[in-house]
Design a protein around this ligand. Structure first.
Ligand code: NAI
Length: 326
């Protein structure tokens, strides 16, 4: 058996974590031969609820669960962490403007970035789930100057998975037949789900669907899916978000499928003309615990406009919190 790795999860008493933690502990994220120590962070008022979650984790008697740490101190929860899933965030309250939301989260994610910088493993892999995920990831990254910016990512895998299912339904195929789909940009309603490279059983997806469906049905459905879930369920996506977090981390740690790619919000190096330093979702492959932006994807005028619109939104979010960035 391998030595245990340390997996920090914030917002550990919340909805997403209630699905996520059990799947990490059962080995679905890092493999059935990898023991884990869960290091759980919550705000002080939620520590009692967190205790209940920890009791349930114990009651599963997971063979791979080598320990549980519970804390309201980021320096404890992130100590030597090899993986950090930042799920906890400040939700939008009544009367809160977008700017207020950005600022409230900037406070949380700057403190967590500093703590990661101070105490986490130098190779820590950070996934930000809490919204606004891309900008929260950017804030954490900017507050962790001693860590490689490539260690910070944001989750667009749920959007990617939503797009896979929508396309599979439309083309009466299986998600297993679909490859090379991309979510570009922000995890928000400006994201651009791109089918131009996508394949269904090896054949061009865009040629199998009509442009009208692509533009007026597929793209808005994927962009608005989060809101549609809230309307139907009365609560935001939780199990599917946890599933996407598992997929994102598993691929990053263990590699993407040969001959395919996935979508990850990662530190832009200027690829495809996207401003350097933004956390922007690109097509990525992963190997040996590292990710790479896929190069050479053809970008037509339609795609370029949509990629730029979502880039502009991310630049505006960054600028709105610029006074809080080091
Ligand atoms: P939730 O409200 O059920 O749980 C959030 C938990 O975070 C709460 O227990 C809260 O006490 C905790 N928390 C708040 N501030 C914290 C801090 N500073 N440190 C540690 N813990 C803190 O919310 P849920 O449903 O679990 O969602 C979590 C976040 O994930 C939300 O921001 C949501 O918008 C986002 N989300 C992102 C998705 C994506 O695709 N990127 C998809 C779905 C949700």
């Amino acid at each position: 058996m391998k030595a245990p790795v340390r997996v920090a999860v914030t917002g550990a008493a919340g909805q997403i974590s209630y699905s996520l933690l059990f799947r990490i502990a059962s080995g679905e994220m890092l493999g059935k031969d990898q023991p884990v120590i869960l290091q759980l962070l919550e705000i002080t008022p939620a520590l009692e609820a967190l205790k209940g979650v920890a009791m349930e984790l114990e009651d599963c008697a997971f063979p791979l669960l080598a320990g549980i740490v519970q804390s309201d101190d980021a320096n404890v929860a992130f100590k030597d962490a090899d993986y950090a899933l930042l799920v906890g965030a400040r939700p939008r309250g009544p009367g809160m403007e977008r700017k207020d939301l950005l600022e409230a989260n900037a406070a949380i994610f700057s403190a967590q970035g500093k703590a990661l910088n101070d105490v986490a493993s130098r190779d820590v892999k950070v996934l930000v789930v809490g919204n606004p995920a891309n900008t929260n990831s950017l804030i954490a990254q900017r507050n962790a100057p001693d860590l490689d910016p490539r260690n910070f990512t944001a989750m667009t895998r749920l959007d990617h998975n939503r797009a896979l299912s929508q396309l599979a339904n439309k083309t009466e195929s299986s998600v297993n037949d679909i490859t090379h789909l991309t979510i570009w940009g922000n995890h928000s309603s400006t994201q651009y789900p791109d089918l131009h490279q996508a394949k269904v059983a090896g054949e061009s997806a865009i040629e199998k669907v009509d442009q009208e469906w692509y533009e007026s049905d597929f793209i808005p459905t994927v962009q608005q899916r989060g809101a549609a879930i809230i309307k139907a369920r009365g609560a935001s996506s939780a199990a599917s978000a946890a599933n996407a977090a598992i997929d994102h981390m598993r691929d990053w740690a263990l590699g993407t499928a040969e001959g395919d790619w996935t979508s990850m919000g990662v530190y832009s190096d200027g690829s495809y003309g996207i401003q350097e330093g933004l956390i922007y979702s690109f097509p990525c492959t992963c190997k040996n615990g590292d990710w790479e932006i896929v190069q050479g994807v053809d970008i037509n005028d339609f795609s370029r406009k949509k990629m730029t619109a979502t880039e502009q939104e991310l630049a505006e979010e960054r600028d709105a919190v610029a006074h809080l960035l080091p």
